[in-house]
Design a protein around this ligand. Structure first.
Ligand SMILES: C[S@@+](CC[C@H](N)C(=O)[O-])C[C@H]1O[C@@H](n2cnc3c(N)ncnc32)[C@H](O)[C@@H]1O
Length: 224
C-alpha cells in the first residue's frame, strides 16, 4: 500500500465517521491557518477525533497540551472536556497562539481553553508553581527534541490514571536505526527509552499510517 492509498482511506473514513460540523471545523481551521501562513502540521481529522475519544473515554476534565499551532487538536480536546472542563495549551510562537485563539473563539470553545505563550520549558515550571489540579490527559506535540523533558514534566503534573500521549515518535520508521543522525529520531528513541524505564508509566507506541504518512505515538498511563 502506498501513501496515496493511505490518503484515500483517510478521506473515506472522514466522510464515513466524522460529522458535517467536524468537517466544516477542519476546513475553517485549515483556511485560517493557511491564510496566516501557519505550517500544515496539525493532526489529521482522524487523529483529532481519536484524541477526543480518548479524552472522553477517561472523562478527562483537565487537559494539558504542549504545542498549539492553530488550535486544531486543541479544539478536539476542548470539545471532549465539556463546558466545565479546561484545556491549557502551550505555544512558543505568538502568531500561532493568536490564530489559535481566533479559531477556538469562532468555534465557541474559547472559554474552555487557556493558551500560554512562550517556550514550554519556561511555561511548565510557572504552571507547576500555581499548584494546579492534576491533568487527566497530556498531549505532547511541540518541538520533538524536548519530548523526554516534556514527559518528565507531564509526570509532575498528572496523577495515577492520567494518560500521556506523545505524537510523531515513529518518524517513518527512523526510530529503528540506533545510529540515526536525525535529531528528531534520536529524541524519539530517548523518550521511548525513558517511558520504557520509568516505573510510574505503562506505555506502548502505536504505529500509524494515513494522510500524515507513516508515524506513531506513545500512549502511556501513569500507574503510581
Ligand atoms: C506540530 S505543531 C502542533 C500541532 C497541533 N497540536 C495540532 O495538531 O493542531 C507544533 C507546535 O509547537 C510549537 N512549538 C515549537 N517549539 C515549542 C516550544 N519550545 N514550546 C512551545 N511550543 C513550541 C510550534 O510553534 C508549533 O506551533
Amino acid at each position: 500500500m502506498t501513501s496515496g492509498a493511505w490518503d484515500r482511506v483517510d478521506q473515506y473514513l472522514e466522510q464515513s465517521l466524522l460529522t458535517a460540523p467536524d468537517r466544516e471545523q477542519r476546513t475553517a481551521v485549515e483556511q485560517a491557518n493557511s491564510a496566516a501562513g501557519l505550517p500544515a502540521i496539525d493532526v489529521s481529522p482522524a487523529q483529532g477525533k481519536f484524541l477526543n475519544l480518548i479524552a472522553r473515554s477517561i472523562r478527562a476534565r483537565r487537559v494539558l497540551e504542549i504545542g498549539t499551532l492553530g488550535g486544531y487538536s486543541t479544539g478536539w480536546l476542548a470539545r471532549a472536556v465539556g463546558e466545565e472542563g479546561q484545556v491549557v495549551t502551550l505555544e512558543f510562537e505568538p502568531r500561532h497562539a493568536e490564530v489559535a485563539r481566533a479559531n477556538l473563539d469562532r468555534a465557541g470553545l474559547g472559554k474552555r481553553v487557556e493558551i500560554r505563550v512562550g517556550a514550554a520549558l519556561d511555561s511548565l515550571p510557572v504552571l507547576e508553581q500555581e499548584n494546579p489540579e492534576p491533568f487527566d490527559l497530556v498531549f505532547v506535540d511541540a518541538d520533538k527534541v524536548n519530548n523526554a523533558e516534556y514527559v518528565r514534566w507531564a509526570l509532575r503534573l498528572t496523577r495515577p490514571g492520567s494518560i500521556i500521549i506523545v505524537d510523531n515518535v515513529v518518524r517513518q520508521g527512523g526510530i529503528a536505526d540506533p545510529n540515526s543522525a536525525d535529531a528528531a529520531v534520536r529524541a524519539s528513541r530517548e523518550v521511548i527509552e525513558l517511558v520504557g524505564a520509568e516505573p510510574r508509566l505503562d506505555s506502548i507506541v502505536m504505529q500509524t499510517v494515513g494522510s500524515k504518512g507513516w508515524d506513531g505515538f506513545i500512549y502511556a498511563i501513569v500507574t503510581e
